[in-house]
Write a protein of this length. Sequence first.
Length: 393
Amino acid sequence: MTKQAPNIFLSAGEASGEHYGALLLEELKARCPGTTFFGMGGERMAALGCLRIVKSEDMAVMGITEVIRHLPRIYREFRRLRQSIRDRRPDVAVLIDFPDIHLKLAKEFHRLGIPVIFFVSPQLWAWKKHRIKLVQQFITRMLVIFPFEEPFYRQRGVHADYVGHPLADLPLPTTSREAFAAESGLDPAQTWIGLLPGSRAKEIRMNLPEILAAATLLHAHQPQTQFVLPLAITLTPPQRTMTQALIDQHAPGLPLRLVEDARPALFHARASIVASGTATVEAALIGNPFVVVYRVSPITYAIAKRVVTVPHVAMVNLVADKRLVPELIQDDFTATNIVKHLTPLLAEGEVRTNMLAGLRATSDKLRQGRGQSQSAIARVASITLETLGLPAS
């Protein structure tokens, strides 16, 4: 049994995972006062007392060619993390998503005899199935957030538990439309459209210009529209400056407001353009109709097309097991196509009604499938404490 105030390695590499990390850190501190945390994370985790050996915003790159270009820096930060593990010898490691780094760290934890909890499964069921061997060897508990993931792992001998999706436990935003308009510089009488190009700088560079072109077309046809673009908390000041520069370059004069929180933006927007990722689940749970877009480098896309084995890109479509929301990926991702698919979602009618019904059904799957009275984060905290040999409540 470990000491009553354990030392936990907690690591998250991008905006959604960092959010979950902050929630988990808060839950564990409440249940086990005196617990210390170190690892990789963002500002929210740091504010709650996690000693950041590496800042998550320094590691958030994407795609095959992009990772290769940043390899020296990534490897340098990885070595710092690995050395901190050896120096500080945590009682348990909780690794959130970010498999390219975390599966490598898991090997080090295994070598040192430190149990590893992996929260938010890498998408091995879609591609890179060979990595299952790493999970089988080095991961003590795999905690998954989508119902179809648990049988995938259990059939392959991995101790996996479906804990539910953390976003499904969040209440709907309570900020009124008028209050959100006042704090964001929006006109509550106009139609708002959400623009969510992704949480990483590379995603923004790849996705935002075409999204802005679509917004410009939409505004030309429907002048009584305004646009809301939430910024991920993990974006650095230079990355925020880059985002504003893209707006100034590609959509000067467009009535667009930058905001800090995606949830009220999605809640009050009539519809949205959303880059594939966690934001698609967030939009579905909030009930905001949307179109999914995404673009990566040509080399990354060519390789992905050969190895990805699932029928949909957007997680919301995978959960729904059908093409519930339009997917405009790579060459299909054009301003004209976005306008074509988004326009019917703005007006009352069959297209909008059917999507809203589908989003409700998909949200119900995420909310009801867990069979646990605890929230997802509370369940992860309980399993962490159980792994440490401590009371779970």
